[in-house]
Ligand binder design. Structure first.
Ligand code: SF4
Length: 238
């Protein structure tokens, strides 16, 4: 199947005109704890160090900073344009990613590529990475100590790439990056200030494969992203 066919296939299940809405929060009411935590996570990085992604990767080395280092095959550092305006952050590498050392290359990765192409971009124009860089055994959720060990490298990557928009893919990435337990269905659909960028949570492609009707909401989120980046979304697939 050609790229244009696969893009068309993904878009076929989307509404002709997806409604783009950003839910607005009141600034007058006292903020709930979850909102306060989100604001704390949003703080711009202080003392941003100048370094390249290669230097960050070299610093990671053959990392054994957490127990995931023992079971992984490859570290999945990240992939794409080091100057990308748009960065996607998922949860953790899966089996295929662990074997090849690249993020999002299985079925979920193929869907993510179709979503990117539907926005009028290519995979090589964006940057894709995960909250943790080694595959958790049996694809379990990363644990707190693993996130604490690995996330500083993600923050350094984001601080160097300096994207305009970060898309947190799925509940785990969104809740971890925003330091909240708010449900993804409540978090999605709006932007949060995040380390000098704007972060928007949306559903993980793996979830969309299991729940195709949610593609409509994911597309609404990506349309918000496209608008933020000044992209013109093709009305028809190329
Ligand atoms: S998950 Fe991150 S911190 Fe843990 S071993 Fe892998 S690269 Fe190192």
């Amino acid at each position: 199947m050609s790229k244009s066919q696969t893009t068309q296939t993904w878009k076929r299940s989307l509404p002709a005109k997806a409604v783009v809405m950003a839910r607005k929060s009141s600034s007058k009411k006292a903020l709930p704890k979850s909102e306060l935590l989100i604001q704390a996570a949003a703080a711009p990085a202080a003392n941003r160090k100048s370094e390249t992604l290669d230097e960050i990767c070299a610093d990671l080395g053959a990392c054994q900073r957490c127990k995931l280092g023992k079971s992984r095959t490859n570290i999945v550092f990240g992939d794409g344009n080091p100057k990308a305006e748009l960065v996607f952050v998922g949860e953790a590498p899966g089996e295929n990613e662990d074997l090849e050392g690249r993020p999002f290359i299985g079925r979920a990765g193929q869907l993510l590529e179709k979503m990117i192409e539907a926005m009028g971009l290519s995979r090589s124009e964006v940057y894709i990475c995960n909250v943790v860089k080694c595959r958790p055994p049996e694809n379990r959720n990363p644990e707190t100590d693993e996130i604490e060990s690995c996330s500083p490298f993600l923050f350094r990557q984001l601080d160097q790439i300096q994207p305009k928009v970060v898309v947190a893919l799925g509940k785990f990435a969104a809740q971890t990056l925003l330091q909240t337990e708010t449900r993804i269905s409540e978090l999605r659909g709006k932007f949060y200030p995040y380390r000098g960028a704007k972060l928007i949570p949306t559903f993980h492609p793996a979830y969309l494969l299991r729940n195709p009707p949610s593609k409509r909401e994911a597309w609404e989120d990506l349309q918000l992203v496209a608008k933020e980046l000044g992209l013109e979304i093709p009305k028809k697939s190329p």
